[in-house]
Design a protein around this ligand. Structure first.
Ligand code: APR
Ligand code: ZN
Ligand code: ZN
Length: 377
């Protein structure tokens, strides 16, 4: 199909909170420095959920194809793409890496000037147009550089990572967002040290990936915090040593954690997307050196719930995008580490459904029943 328009199925969003509609769409051939891929697996992350609900007004662009966690094979490449060819196994990345800009050339950042994650962007970077259209010829908008809820999608090559053809694609889907975000936050952003103490707020896929990152770094105490008591069991499988449910406590979570850890944990991670949780996470760390990493997505307009003077107690706070991984450069190596079973990726896949049942998969996440429901295309 090189150079030709493909007709395929996609799950199209027509409005906030409306069930996605499975319909035939047209997918244009990849343009210069673009890649068209056949998606084999995709899953739903909390960020898709937030976008689907249309919580952020500026994001309400319809019709649109959501989805950013996936794996697949290259169908065809556009002019100038040299690092990939038809048949290569790939994972899309919502936080791209062009390799050329001042950010990509810096070791201090994984935010590319052109392809950094941007929830407001809904067209291709090269020409400001859409590669998807309805059968009537109207544009369907893109999402997070990826739009993976479609049998075929077109991405900038900066947002596609080639991985080992032997890597199990099902599990590799998690590298596209959840696993990389959480593990990377523990490994790269916080650089968790052996023997240290860690508190993880929110035990969804992102939080549990942080737990996995802390476990593989041999942290000695890993406290999981969640308002859903059903998260205890999975948390223990992934390596938490203690579990706290804020609803069962008579005191603030940070007070309890400070008691349990002689003054506070070395690192805390906010993976719930809740402002009060940010404050609890911040106060849970030890003064003098504690570090809080924010991973949750918070709708605007919000500001950090901290008094500036609190920073003089030596606690630090920072955010982490895509686990501070430079996607194209570092993900192939990360995939190899996962293949050597150093990371338990299969534990994140709690459900599997055919692509046609995508709305059921959304409900599993809404109800807190799934970590990741893998959709088969
Ligand atoms: N305190 C503790 N845990 C909470 C709280 C709270 N106040 N509120 C929610 N949680 C828990 C939920 O019970 C759930 O287990 O946080 C978890 C969030 O998990 P998921 O919904 O599965 O989301 P996930 O995909 O892991 O993403 C987490 O990171 O990337 C962002 O947008 C994403 O903000 C989201 C966060
Ligand atoms: Zn995500
Ligand atoms: Zn760049």
């Amino acid at each position: 199909m090189t150079g030709k328009v493909i007709t395929c199925r996609a799950a199209v969003a027509w409005g906030p909170n409306q069930p996605l509609v499975m319909e035939e769409v047209l997918v244009d051939p990849p343009q210069k420095m673009e890649v068209r891929i056949k998606i084999l697996f995709t899953s739903i992350c909390h960020t898709d959920l937030t976008a689907w609900k249309g919580e952020n007004e500026a994001q309400r662009v319809y019709p649109r194809i959501f989805g950013h966690e996936a794996s697949g094979v290259v169908e065809s490449v556009g002019e100038g793409v040299e690092d990939m060819k038809e048949g290569d196994h790939v994972v899309p990345i919502f936080n791209g890496e062009c390799g050329d800009c001042v950010y990509c050339k810096s070791e201090k950042s994984n935010l590319c000037q052109r392809f950094r994650v941007n929830p407001f962007k809904s067209v291709m970077a090269s020409d400001g147009k859409c590669r998807f259209s309805t059968k009537q010829g109207n544009p369907i908008f893109h999402f997070l550089n990826t739009s993976t809820f479609s049998e075929y999608t077109v991405l900038d090559s900066a947002c596609v990572v080639k991985i080992d053809s032997q890597a199990p694609l099902k599990e590799m889907t998690l590298l596209s967002c959840g696993a990389s975000t959480g593990l990377g936050a523990a490994w790269n952003t916080a650089n968790v040290q052996a023997g240290s103490s860690v508190a993880v707020f929110g035990l969804g896929a992102v939080g549990l990936a942080v737990v996995e990152g802390a476990r593989t770094r041999r942290a000695s105490k890993i406290i999981g915090i969640d308002i859903n008591p059903n998260k205890l069991l999975k948390g223990q499988t992934m390596g938490i040593t203690d579990f706290l449910n804020p609803k069962d406590l008579r005191k603030a979570v940070h007070e309890k954690i400070r008691e349990m850890t002689n003054g506070g944990v070395d690192y805390s991670f906010e993976c719930a997307g809740n402002l009060e949780v940010i404050r609890e996470a911040f106060l849970s760390t030890h003064d003098g050196w504690g570090l809080t990493v924010v991973l949750g997505i918070h709708p605007t307009p919000r500001t950090l719930p901290l008094h500036p003077m609190e920073l003089f107690d030596g606690r630090r706070i920072t955010g982490s995008v895509f686990g501070d991984f430079k996607g194209k450069t570092q993900l192939p190596h990360f995939a190899e580490e996962c293949m050597r079973q150093e990371v338990k990726l299969d534990e994140f896949i709690t459900h599997e459904l055919p692509f046609s049942e995508i709305n059921e998969a959304f409900q599993l996440l809404v109800g807190g029943k799934s970590l990741r429901c893998l959709l088969h295309l």
